[in-house]
Design a protein around this ligand. Structure first.
Ligand SMILES: Nc1ncnc2c1ncn2[C@@H]1O[C@H](COP(=O)(O)OP(=O)(O)O)[C@@H](O)[C@H]1O
Ligand SMILES: [Mg+2]
Length: 214
């Protein structure tokens, strides 16, 4: 089943960023998007994940055209079905790691899985404030926060950017298990080719177009 459809997406800020980008993402699929810094990867991810409205084109998530959803319907979709891991985490700094994860879990009606926290190596720092843990630990908390929601489709913007190669590989294995066991999908922006190569398909954003390279 197709979880995400992007049809002829174009976007501009003060200049045209990209045009006529189309993409389908199926259940169980992991998709990597690569491209040089400034090519528009984050903007594209924000459009695909409903956060940014494109200048033209259509995005369907779980077969719903997000431009046609009412506010409450869009809130529900974002709360339960879409998981976004941002380049700059957006954790609540004054709260503990656990509190940050709880907010997402409670809003989507899920329980927090201790095994996940252990796999992400944050079980031992779970009561520490975000401001008192490292950048790599913050990144893993933001991954735990998203996976605890049990979303159908995960969008991740450079999720392993602050992590060493071993931890990055472990994170990809966790995504892999998640996508398979939950019949979900992952769209990951990365410049790390070992991460890209662990995905089913790789797309490269260049010269305003998204080209499949593998
Ligand atoms: N909200 C915005 N307003 C104006 N320009 C923006 C905005 N967001 C991004 N840009 C510009 O769009 C280009 C692509 O940005 P981005 O999508 O973050 O690329 P990438 O993630 O590939 O580095 C950059 O030149 C950036 O400055
Ligand atoms: Mg970016």
């Amino acid at each position: 089943m197709i979880l995400l459809t992007a049809d002829m997406i174009s976007h501009s800020f003060d200049y045209e960023l990209f045009s006529d980008i189309s993409l389908n993402v199926k259940q169980g699929e992991k998709i990597a998007i690569t491209g040089e810094s400034g090519s528009g990867k984050s903007s594209l991810l924000h459009i695909l994940s409903s956060l940014l409205t494109p200048v033209s084109g259509r995005v369907e998530i779980l077969h719903k055209d997000i431009a046609l959803l009412k506010r409450g319907e869009l809130d529900n979709l974002r709360c339960r079905d879409i998981g976004i891991i941002f380049q700059s985490h957006y954790l609540f700094k004054g709260f503990s790691a656990l509190e940050n994860i709880e907010v997402a879990a409670i809003l989507s009606g899920q329980n927090i899985d201790d095994e996940l926290l252990k796999k992400l190596k944050i079980f031992n720092i779970i009561n520490k404030k975000i401001s008192d843990i490292s950048g790599g630990q913050q990144q893993r908390v933001s991954i735990a926060r998203v996976l605890s929601k049990k979303p159908k489709i995960i969008f991740a913007d450079e999720p392993t950017g602050n992590l060493d190669a071993n931890t990055a590989k472990e994170i990809m294995d966790i995504f892999d298990d998640y996508v398979t066991s939950q019949e979900a999908a992952l769209v990951v922006v990365t410049h790390d080719m070992s991460i890209a190569n662990s995905c089913h398909k790789i797309f490269h954003l260049e010269d305003k177009k998204l080209n499949r390279v593998r």
